[in-house]
Design a protein around this ligand. Structure first.
Ligand code: NAP
Length: 316
């Protein structure tokens, strides 16, 4: 049996992605071998493939490199001292972040502490959609200290992170406002948010007195959204490229602002699975691509208009 993996052969356009065959690895001490069902595709994978950002600079002498941080699948064997899971368990996780990656593999060895058990009530598709994006959403809302009754503005509520952030904030009983294009207005309303079409008018003309801004867009959209906030508001800006600029401007305006880098936390993933299993959270899967269509999957993320998540089916 072989282990097919998707690799970045050199930095560049999506067609630098290729499939390589290697041997199925053996789990080491504390690791399990996971047969990956689905791998999530995130904007960071696309940026790294293009040669941008920290993961690209760290791995530039390490190509071909296997990207991918989100996996769901089945435990097929265990290394010594790996006792948390049994062979046959469905697991998922936010793995190898940020240096190692490796999720775009049919088989991958993972330290068992990086994984969560996927309950029967959660599909493997939903489980692969949640790790990186879900934990980013939860950590951004936590950093902002979102509380019941607060007016929370989330930019890009329809995206991979945004659609989870909106639902978690609604569950926390915040009054949630979000920006999206006309195509996503109904979808955002169905999740319980007041949806604002950013293509129709700047959000600063439509929302005021927000306590919190969760910025998932950055740049000019974020700068405009700073005009929607009340005195002393909290700002969490998630895209790293413009974080310094947004934080500086926020602080000049008297807001409490911070950037962030998501930190893998399996307990948070357990909580997200619980929310899915009791109906408080629904993942939106834009499309599942077979692994040999990974180029199309990256092109889809590059449109900047994916609703929810893109996944790779690693077994076909
Ligand atoms: N710092 C970290 O640790 C961290 C972690 C995760 C993600 N990120 C970053 O956070 C950002 C969001 O990630 P993601 O996975 O959610 O991205 P994504 O899924 O690719 O976001 C796509 C969404 O963005 C919306 N969008 C595009 N332009 C917009 C605009 N001007 N205003 C409002 N919505 C807009 C689109 O909605 P419409 O089609 O309706 O326009 C689409 O639904 C990315 O830059 C990502 O790299 C950072």
């Amino acid at each position: 049996m072989e282990n097919k993996q998707i690799v970045i052969t050199q930095f560049g356009e999506p067609d630098v992605l290729a499939i390589q065959s290697t041997e199925i690895p053996e789990p080491k001490d504390g690791e399990v071998l996971v047969k990956v069902a689905f791998a999530g595709v995130n904007p960071i994978d696309v940026k790294t493939r293009a040669g941008l950002g920290w993961a690209a600079s760290q791995n530039k002498d390490n190509l071909p490199w296997v990207p991918g941080y989100d996996i769901s699948g089945e435990v097929v064997s265990r290394g010594s001292n790996a006792k948390r899971f049994s062979v046959g368990d469905n697991v998922a996780g936010f793995i190898g972040f940020p240096l190692q990656g490796g999720g775009y593999s049919q088989y991958v060895c993972v330290p068992e502490i990086e994984l969560s058990l996927v309950p029967d009530s959660v599909t493997l598709e939903a489980a692969a959609a949640l790790p990186l994006a879900g934990q980013t959403a939860v950590q951004a809302l936590d950093k902002a200290g979102v509380k019941e009754g607060q007016r929370v503005l989330i930019l890009a509520g329809a995206g991979g992170v945004g659609h989870i952030a909106v639902q978690v904030a609604v569950t926390a009983k915040a009054d949630v406002f979000t920006t999206c294009s006309g195509e996503n207005l109904d979808y955002m309303a169905s999740l319980g948010a007041h949806a604002v079409n950013y293509k129709f008018a700047p959000v600063s003309e439509r929302v005021e007195e927000a306590d919190v801004l969760i910025d998932l867009v950055g740049g000019d959209a974020a700068l405009d959204a700073l005009n929607c906030l009340k005195d002393g508001a909290k700002v969490v800006t998630v895209p790293t490229l413009s974080a310094e600029l947004i934080c500086e401007k926020s602080k000049l305006l008297g807001y409490d602002a911070t950037g962030m880098l998501v930190d893998p936390n399996p307990q948070q993933l357990d909580s997200l699975f619980y929310m899915v299993s009791v109906g408080l959270l629904k993942t939106e899967i834009f499309k599942v691509y077979p692994m040999d269509k990974v180029v199309d999957a990256h092109k889809q993320i590059e449109t900047g208009h994916t609703r929810g998540k893109v996944l790779l089916n690693m077994q076909c």
